[in-house]
Design a protein. Structure first.
Length: 372
């Protein structure tokens, strides 16, 4: 995969402009449409909001999901939507309102995080199923609004915590929760790279929009650890290093869970570009460990226990196809959503608390901590 150089443009227009003119507040008058009961083989039509890197990944994954058709793509930056729409035989429309007017069954929100809340709420209130990329929102106040809208809406809301669908991540988690390695005591999740170069308008480098590596990458680690450990996070401490102004570009967080387990979540945009993207993960139990990485052991999990170790190959579809397939199946079957909004809110809260810890040097007590 060819990496683009990091953009040097200022973080304007994409992150700052409106993605929809519809109101997500109480005064919204957009017509609601109840989510229909669907046959298992019924076609699902999708409207894609956003046309950046992750939107392109989603659009390619639709092709591997039977009975799913991309109808239209909306992006406020001229020309971006046309590239994806042309590749997949879809229409180009200006915004979310136009997507909703086409009567799509699903809205896939692939905008910068600061636009997630309004777009998701508007689509839910219009009766659509919604898949929203992670993090669920940029702030906790926005997350609470989205959660309330999801609870009141007829459609499903699922959040794109795609690490749950990595074949290696999923195999390791299945083994861990089955008791194969005893009681889980520690989860470690590390993702390191240089500042990604796919943010064409520079919004990723603007921490007020992206949240920096803790919200862009770290939220995957916090979500995965919580999913494996199965217990609420109660304390988090985070150390960080930066490259100047803005949020830190390297962070190392330790999380304590209610059941006594711990997690280490490392994320970085500070590594040299020549090093590429690296992922390392480990689950340690009282009777064994599971580990995998994208340095040397791509596509499998090392399964080590007393008396020996085995290499478990992971075959099958990539994580985005599995993630989207599970979401579309839930839309047809009536749920539940693969990654409920409440779980994504918990992961966001842990990431934001880690960011607060990095700023203040204090351990954050998650049983009492609140942030807007």
């Amino acid at each position: 995969m060819t990496r683009r150089p990091a953009s040097t443009r200022s973080p304007t227009p994409e992150a700052r402009i409106s993605w929809c003119s519809c109101s997500s507040g109480p005064a919204s008058t957009r017509r609601r449409r109840p989510s229909p009961a669907m046959r298992g083989d019924a076609e699902l039509t999708v409207g894609l909001l956003g046309a950046g890197m992750i939107a392109g990944v989603h659009a390619r994954a639709y092709r591997h999901c039977p009975g799913v058709r991309l109808v239209a793509v909306a992006d406020p930056v001229p020309g971006k939507a046309g590239r994806i729409a042309g590749e997949h035989g879809a229409k180009v429309v200006p915004d979310l309102d136009a997507l909703l007017d086409l009567g799509v069954d699903v809205v896939d929100v692939c905008t910068p995080p600061t636009a997630h809340a309004d777009a998701t709420i508007a689509a839910l209130r219009a009766g659509r199923h919604v898949l929203c990329e992670k993090p669920i929102t940029r702030t906790m106040d926005e997350a609470r609004r989205v959660l309330a809208a999801a609870e009141a809406a007829p459609g499903l809301l699922s959040i794109g915590q795609v690490a749950r669908y990595g074949p290696d991540h999923r195999l390791a988690r299945d083994l861990a929760v089955s008791g194969d390695i005893g009681l889980v005591r520690m989860v470690s999740h590390s993702t390191t790279t240089s500042l990604p170069g796919w943010s064409e308008a520079g919004w990723l480098a603007d921490a007020t929009t992206s949240g920096g590596p803790l919200l862009d990458q770290g939220v995957h680690g916090f979500d995965y650890a919580r999913w494996v450990i199965g217990s609420p996070a109660v304390r988090v401490h985070c150390m960080a290093a930066g490259s100047g102004a803005g949020e830190p570009t390297y962070t190392l967080a330790t999380v304590r869970y209610e059941n006594g387990s711990i997690a280490h979540v490392e994320c970085s945009w500070a590594h040299p570009a020549s090093r590429g993207f690296k992922l390392r993960a480990e689950i340690v139990g009282t009777e064994g460990r599971l580990s995998w990485d994208y340095d040397h052991m791509m596509g499998g999990v090392l399964h080590a226990r007393e008396g020996g170790a085995e290499w478990w190959d992971v075959l099958g579809d990539r994580e985005f196809v599995l993630e989207l397939g599970a979401f579309f199946a839930a839309c047809r079957d009536g749920g539940p959503p693969p990654v409920p909004a409440a779980e994504a809110v918990e992961s966001l809260r842990t990431a934001l608390a880690a960011l607060e810890s990095a700023r203040t040097g204090k351990t954050i007590d998650l049983t009492t901590w609140e942030l807007g």
